[in-house]
Design a protein around this ligand. Structure first.
Ligand SMILES: [Zn+2]
Length: 428
C-alpha cells in the first residue's frame, strides 16, 4: 500500500467498521486511485476523457463487479454499476460522482463520492442485504472541465442537456476537437447522444462530495446535508469616467472611475445578507484603464460573481448589486454599464429529501447539519431531470483542487454510514 493509505489509516478508529462497512477497504481504494495520474507534487492529474480517467474508471469497474454489480459504459464514457433490486423493474436509486480531476488536483474531489457509493454496495454484499429497488453507482465523465474550459459533459449527456453543436465547436488544450477527443478513448459523437436516459429509469440521485469549504470543520462535524447548489450569475460592470493627468487635474474636477468602482466594491459585501443567509457576492477581477501611475483611471471593468441556492434571492441580489452600481456611479459623476455573462439556475434540494437525510444522521447519532453548496456538481445537472440529494464530507481547511486536499478517513466512513442508512430508507 502507498503513502495515502498509511496517512489515511494513521488516525482511523476501527470502531467505525460496523454493518459491513470497512475503513481499510475505502482507504485502499482511495490509495489505488491516487496512483493513477499521480503528479510530482503528489497531486492527481486525470483530465476528463483522458487515458488516466479511463484507467481509473476501469479499476472501479473491477471493484464494482467484485461487489456483485453489473457494469456498463454508455456512449459518453459514463460508467454505471448496477445492483439488481428485489423488484428490479422499479426505477433505480443512483449514487456516485466523477473521477476526473483538475490538473494537479487532489485525491478526494469526486473520487470520494464514487467510493462511498461503492462501499455501501460492498457492505450490503457482506451483510446479505438486497435492496427492493435497483441500485446504481455512477461515474460521470469529465465533471471538472479542465480539458475544454467547461465540464459536466458526462452528466449532461445522461440528462440530454447541453448544446451538442456548441460542444463540437470546442477545442481542447491539445488543439483536439470534441469529436477527436471522444474518438481518442474509443467513443463517438453518435454514441455520445445515446447516453441520455429516460426519466422513468431513475427515481433519484444522491451525490456525496467533499465540502470544499470550512463550515463542517468549524462545526467539528464529519458530514452534512446540502440544502441546495448555488447557481452563479456573472455580471461585468464597466465604470467610465475621464482619464486625466494626476498632477494637473484638481481634486474637485475629476471623474475617477477607479475611485467610484472602489466605493462600489466596498459596499457589495453588505448586500448578500439582505437577501438570504446563503447568498454570496464576490469581486475577484478588475481591469483598470489606462492603468498608469500618474493617470486618473478613465475606466474600470470588473466582474461580480453572485450566487445563491434559491433563484429568487439570487436574482434579487443581482438587482441590488446593479442598483448600487448605478447609485455609486451617479454620486461620483461617472457612467456605469453592465453586461450579463452567465446566469445558471440554482438547484434547490427537495426539503423532504433533506428531512429524510436528517433522520439518517439522527439514527447514526450525528448532528443533521445543513449547509449550501457554493460550487457546481454533477447533481446540479442531474437535478434538472430527477430529484437529487447531496451529502458533504468535511474538507480539511476547505482546501480543494490542490494536492493538499484532505478528508479524514473517520469522516469519510461516517459519511458511508449515513448514506447507507439513507439508501435503505428510500427503499420503502
Ligand atoms: Zn468534484
Amino acid at each position: 500500500m502507498g503513502v495515502l493509505y498509511d496517512k489515511l489509516m494513521a488516525d482511523f478508529d476501527t470502531i467505525h467498521n460496523t454493518n459491513g462497512i470497512s475503513g481499510e477497504r475505502l482507504a485502499k481504494r482511495l490509495d489505488a486511485l491516487s496512483e493513477i495520474g499521480l503528479t510530482e507534487e503528489n497531486g492527481s492529474h486525470r483530465p476528463g476523457f483522458s487515458d488516466e480517467e479511463k484507467a481509473a474508471k476501469n479499476l472501479v469497474a473491477v471493484w464494482m463487479r467484485e461487489a456483485g454489480l453489473e457494469v456498463r459504459e454508455d456512449g459518453a464514457g459514463n460508467v454505471f454499476g448496477r445492483l439488481a433490486g428485489k423488484q428490479d423493474h422499479l426505477p433505480a436509486i443512483v449514487s456516485g460522482s466523477h473521477i476526473d480531476t483538475v490538473p494537479n488536483g487532489g485525491h478526494f474531489d469526486g473520487v470520494l463520492g464514487v467510493l462511498v457509493a461503492l462501499e455501501v454496495a460492498d457492505a450490503w454484499k457482506q451483510t446479505g442485504y438486497q435492496p427492493e429497488k435497483p441500485y446504481e453507482i455512477a461515474i460521470f465523465t469529465d465533471e471538472e472541465g479542465s480539458r475544454f474550459n467547461g465540464g459536466l459533459h458526462g452528466s449532461e449527456a445522461v440528462v440530454g442537456k447541453g448544446d451538442l453543436n456548441e460542444k463540437l465547436k470546442q477545442v481542447d488544450y491539445d488543439g483536439k476537437t470534441f469529436e477527436q477527443v471522444l474518438e481518442g478513448i474509443g467513443l463517438t459523437v453518435d454514441g455520445y447522444t445515446t447516453a441520455e436516459r429516460d426519466a422513468d429509469e431513475i427515481e433519484m440521485f444522491v451525490e456525496t462530495h467533499i465540502e470544499q469549504g470550512k463550515r463542517l470543520e468549524q462545526q467539528g462535524l464529519p458530514c452534512g446535508i446540502v440544502t441546495g447548489i448555488a447557481g452563479p450569475c456573472w455580471m461585468e460592470l464597466t465604470f467610465t469616467g475621464e482619464a486625466g493627468h494626476a498632477g494637473n487635474t484638481p481634486m474637485n474636477d475629476r471623474k475617477d472611475a477607479l475611485s467610484a468602482a472602489s466605493a462600489f466594491v466596498a459596499e457589495v459585501p453588505k448586500l448578500p445578507g439582505t437577501v438570504s443567509d446563503s447568498a454570496v457576492a464576490t469581486i475577484g477581477k478588475l481591469d483598470v484603464h489606462p492603468n498608469g501611475v500618474n493617470v486618473i483611471p478613465g475606466s474600470v471593468s470588473l466582474y461580480v460573481d453572485i450566487r445563491d441556492i434559491y433563484a429568487e434571492s439570487r436574482d434579487a441580489l443581482v438587482d441590488k448589486v446593479l442598483k448600487l452600481a448605478k447609485q455609486t456611479a451617479a454620486s461620483r459623476d461617472v457612467q456605469v454599464e453592465h453586461m450579463e455573462k452567465m446566469r445558471v439556475a440554482p438547484v434547490p434540494i427537495d426539503e423532504q429529501k433533506q428531512d429524510l437525510l436528517a433522520e439518517s444522521f439522527v439514527e447514526k447519532n450525528m448532528e443533521p447539519y445543513k449547509l449550501p453548496s457554493g460550487a457546481g456538481h454533477d447533481a446540479m445537472i442531474i437535478g434538472d431531470k430527477w430529484p437529487v440529494a447531496m451529502l458533504f464530507t468535511q474538507s480539511k481547511n476547505g482546501t480543494s483542487h490542490n494536492p493538499a486536499e484532505w478528508s479524514d478517513l473517520n469522516d469519510c466512513v461516517q459519511t458511508v454510514h449515513v448514506l447507507k442508512n439513507f439508501l435503505e430508507k428510500v427503499q420503502k
